[in-house]
Design a protein around this ligand. Sequence first.
Ligand SMILES: Cc1cc2nc3c(=O)[nH]c(=O)nc-3n(C[C@H](O)[C@H](O)[C@H](O)COP(=O)(O)OP(=O)(O)OC[C@H]3O[C@@H](n4cnc5c(N)ncnc54)[C@H](O)[C@@H]3O)c2cc1C
Length: 270
Amino acid sequence: MAGAVAELAKRALASDFRAIDPRQARIILAEASPRLLTAFNPSLSEAAKRSLEEIGVEVRLKASVTAADCGGVSLGSERIETRTIIWGAGVMASPAGRWLGVPTDRVGRVFVGPDLSVAGHSDIFLIGDVAHALGADGSPLPGVAPVAKQQGRYVADLIKARIAGGKLPPPFRYRDSGSLATIGRKRAVAQFGKIKLRGFIAWLLWSMAHIYFLIGFRNRIVVAMSWAWSYATFQRGTRLITGLSGSRMEDMPMPAPMDPSQPNQVRHAA
Ligand SMILES: Cc1cc2nc3c(=O)[nH]c(=O)nc-3n(C[C@H](O)[C@H](O)[C@H](O)COP(=O)(O)OP(=O)(O)OC[C@H]3O[C@@H](n4cnc5c(N)ncnc54)[C@H](O)[C@@H]3O)c2cc1C
């Protein structure tokens, strides 16, 4: 997101305004942990940070947002005045755990056992974003689509085996086919087991993977052509001109301050 905003401000919108210079936009990425993209190898975290800095993003590590309101954010004692805050610190799981009255983690995911059932309820399974399942290394599996898909298939097989009275499958084991994260034009990081890629090659792979997983040949062609056009022209397909005639930003209603302790609050202000 930070990379996309930087490219919008410094490339796509650079010559669209007479009164302001979008290239002067200051984009600050505040990250509470000591490195970016913690699911990746530390060398790729460093590569991601460098890439972001190259396109003009100020990366602040070990910087927890302690307060946010319509005038800016606070990082402890430091105050950053801004009208535009993009909060991307995670999502909450659905309230299934509360309905079941079973223990959940900080973001509401229900702790499940090796067969993805809830402790003490062998007939209740939870999969995907709502499940707190452990990987082979003992750490919780990430909330990503491949985990949800593999868990779905696993539970379907397990239920089928139970009904048929056959041999039950062994405990669920997530097969990680790799992770990709895009940072911007020609910039991404990719990790497949011990293989680590960065830069243009990783970005190409990221693009191809996303086109490959689209449903239908027509969709793939349309998206590939649209991306090629954006890539060649530096332009984005949609331009939104916002603002009310005769009104000032100050007059527009501002939402209530966000509570940084709640991970599910998403506010996009642009
Ligand atoms: C912005 C964003 C970007 C992401 N990007 C990636 C990515 O690039 N790669 C990746 O692997 N993963 C990505 N993810 C994560 C991925 O989308 C999830 O991990 C995955 O969709 C989880 O699948 P799920 O079936 O558990 O939940 P979901 O796909 O969220 O499906 C849950 C469904 O249940 C429905 N539902 C919810 N509550 C109720 C209710 N009370 N009654 C009935 N229906 C209900 C919802 O409408 C939804 O359709 C992203 C997530 C977000 C939010």
